[in-house]
Ligand binder design. Structure first.
Ligand code: NAD
Length: 370
């Protein structure tokens, strides 16, 4: 077997391919209608619930990306996916053999969909194989892990993006527009959160694999929405408290419920909560001239919004994830940073670490330096 190329040579051949391909295309199509550019190839790392239930259907709708490989611990599962999506069985990789992706010119992007504790290893392995990376949320377990992932992507000159699907959803486009245009004044008062009642044991309730409890998994959505409503900036301070556990035997080493407040530089303030032992799915932002409330706020579809002007009912795309993935393909083609960049994933981890730090210090106000 050929030895894998070094990251630098892979990158050179990748860039060479793009540049050579672009020149050939230009000479072929001069004076004619442009054919659609070649779709980029993506490989999913991790074939669990989210990959199967959401990303696989999305990848049948994407216009700029197609599924051309998988990284899995289960070769049988890999063969089923190869059959369904029509890629060669050679394009099934084991997690331990991700460096071999460097030899595969049909795969441009790796989408990391494994438990949180594995994000750093899998995203870095993809980057060192010269592949652009989409990594699921939360980006990693800690800010220093985020830094290591960003460094691996920088060293290999690949792009990094986070699976923040709601940043591409029309209700949140409206939230961002309201923050920008100020129809309701400054959205100074925010509230809400995401919670569900966990009944079956899973890695999400194990610190080793999840890094924390519902804050890492669900609370991050409210963190994202609050930053959008504040105009795309990070908060300046956090206060938080963890609530006593109702089921301590189930949530042995992660929080069950946590509440926190985010303060922003212009005076906006948000009070949020997240839990694995309650039901909640809502985001509200209020200015002195009106308000918007989205509930359900964080699902894959069926979001509903009401504003002080009446219901807001935008046309929604069939798959949030298809829009998100296609946007990343355009970022690669146009060589620009994703609007849901690794830096944004890191920003959110700074906020999450501050929430945990405040709760651990009995609700002390923690200032955020980004
Ligand atoms: P899951 O448990 O259903 O799937 C995880 C996959 O990782 C499985 O295929 C499992 O076999 C594999 N895996 C590899 N090594 C493993 C190990 N050591 N231990 C356990 N599993 C291992 O989880 P999921 O719901 O698909 O979540 C995966 C990631 O996607 C998480 O980071 C989660 O936060 C994220 N996610 C994002 C969204 C979203 O809306 N953006 C929704 C759900 C999940």
């Amino acid at each position: 077997m050929k030895s894998p190329p070094t990251p630098a040579s892979t990158r050179r051949s990748f860039i060479g391919r793009i540049a050579g391909g672009a020149a050939a295309l230009a000479s072929l199509t001069r004076g004619r209608a442009q054919p659609a550019p070649r779709k980029l190839g993506i490989a999913l790392a991790g074939l669990g619930g989210y990959a199967t239930g959401q990303l696989a259907p999305a990848l049948k709708l994407t216009q700029h990306v197609e599924l051309r490989g998988v990284i899995t611990g289960s070769p049988d599962k890999g063969r089923q996916w190869a059959k369904e999506f029509g890629f060669p069985e050679d394009y099934i990789y084991h997690y331990d053999k991700m460096s071999r992706l460097a030899e595969n010119r049909d795969i441009d992007i790796v989408y990391v969909v494994t438990p949180n504790a594995l994000h750093l290893a899998h995203a870095s392995a993809a980057a060192w194989a010269g592949k652009h990376v989409i990594c699921e949320k939360p980006l990693a377990l800690t800010v220093s892990e985020c830094d290591a992932m960003l460094a691996a992507c920088r060293a290999n000159r690949v792009k990094l993006s986070v699976g923040y699907r709601l940043q591409f959803e029309p209700h949140y486009d409206e939230l961002k527009r309201l923050a920008r245009d100020g129809d309701f004044g400054r959205l100074a008062k925010m509230s809400g959160g995401l919670s569900f009642k966990m009944t079956r044991p899973q890695w999400r309730a194990e610190r080793k694999l999840a890094g924390g409890g519902p804050l890492m998994d669900l609370g991050i959505y409210a963190v994202q929405a609050a930053c959008m409503a504040a105009g795309g900036v990070a908060p300046i301070a956090i206060t938080a408290r963890e609530l006593p556990k109702q089921r301590p035997e189930f949530f042995r080493d992660v929080e069950e419920t946590i509440e926190w407040t985010m303060e922003f530089a212009r005076g906006e303030r948000g009070d949020f909560s997240t839990s694995y032992n309650q039901g909640l799915d809502r985001f509200r932002a209020e200015g002195d001239q009106g308000w918007i409330e989205i509930a359900p706020a964080f699902q894959y579809g069926g979001l509903k919004a009401v504003t002080s002007r009446g219901p807001f009912t935008p046309a929604v795309p069939p798959s949030q994830q298809a829009v998100q993935i296609d946007d990343f393909a355009r970022c690669i083609r146009e060589d620009r940073e994703s609007p849901v960049s690794g830096a944004m994933g890191r920003r959110d981890m700074v906020i999450i670490e501050a929430i945990y730090a405040s709760a651990a210090q009995g609700g002390k106000r923690i200032e955020i330096k980004t």
